[in-house]
Design a protein around this ligand. Sequence first.
Ligand code: SF4
Ligand SMILES: [Zn+2]
Ligand SMILES: [Zn+2]
Length: 315
Amino acid sequence: MRDKDNITERQGNKCWKCGDPAVIHRKYEGKSWCSEHFTEQFESLVKGTIRENDLFESDDKVCVALSGGMDSSALLFFLSDLFKDWRNADLFALAIDEGIEDYRDESIEIAEELCRDLGVDLHIASFKEAFGKTLDEIMEDKEYGCTYCGVLRRWLLNRKSRELGATKLATGHNMDDELQSIFMNYLRGNMNRMVRLGAKPAVLDNEKFIPRVKPFRDTPEREIALYGRLRGIDLHQTECPYVDNSLRFDVRDFLNDMEAKRPSTKYTSLRAFDKLLPALQNMFSGDDSSVKECDFCGEITSGDICKTCQLREKI
Ligand code: SF4
Ligand SMILES: [Zn+2]
Ligand SMILES: [Zn+2]
């Protein structure tokens, strides 16, 4: 079978550092790693992303957006370990319950179990409570899908994490997510959204906005999955019934094919974007005076009424 991400978990290979059996061979660097050295190197790379981008302050109160999927679960695991040595920092998790029968119930159970094991407080905010309807009920009338769900989700994450006193909102976005977003925004010509990418997206100058951070942004998805498995994290495998990411999936397949044919394409294109980003931000960021507060809900928006309130009218 073709190895789409150039990461092969093989038996028979030896770790280049210690000679123990390898759990992964990375074609893009030509090395195999055993579980111990892979885990050690994975964690050190993520710490490098955190350090280079100044993702956290020593007294931050960090909210991890926890979906029950592998990326955010592995992130919570990693940060709960890292923050043990940070005496003034605090960490908690926030799960959004959109109200998707069977799918979200199962992932919330996994999130609860993980938080119990790690001793991390978990808060749950639901669409039903915030918007009066579950996603299942919203979907009964109209075909909304991910874009709309994402708008409501971001609104709720920002408001709830702020109410809980968070100073940062950490998400499990990985290198593959980031590259897909870069290419999608490019294909759509959406430069204003493209310049809001990065491990520490530009902060809006408004106290109602909780700054986002993405510690796994330089890490391939499949390596996070391997790290999570090696750390014993349970995986939520069911797919959301409303997923409609056709452009994202096309871009994902294109990038995976390119990586299979030309190992390290993903790394080089992400690094190229990082070099361009400061110049793009100067050209397309606009100024913060365009950040207003929504006439209805008071959350930040670029117009008079935020997208969430416009949607609420319809649903
Ligand atoms: S896959 Fe799309 S519709 Fe489903 S929870 Fe995620 S954003 Fe919402
Ligand atoms: Zn080794
Ligand atoms: Zn609003």
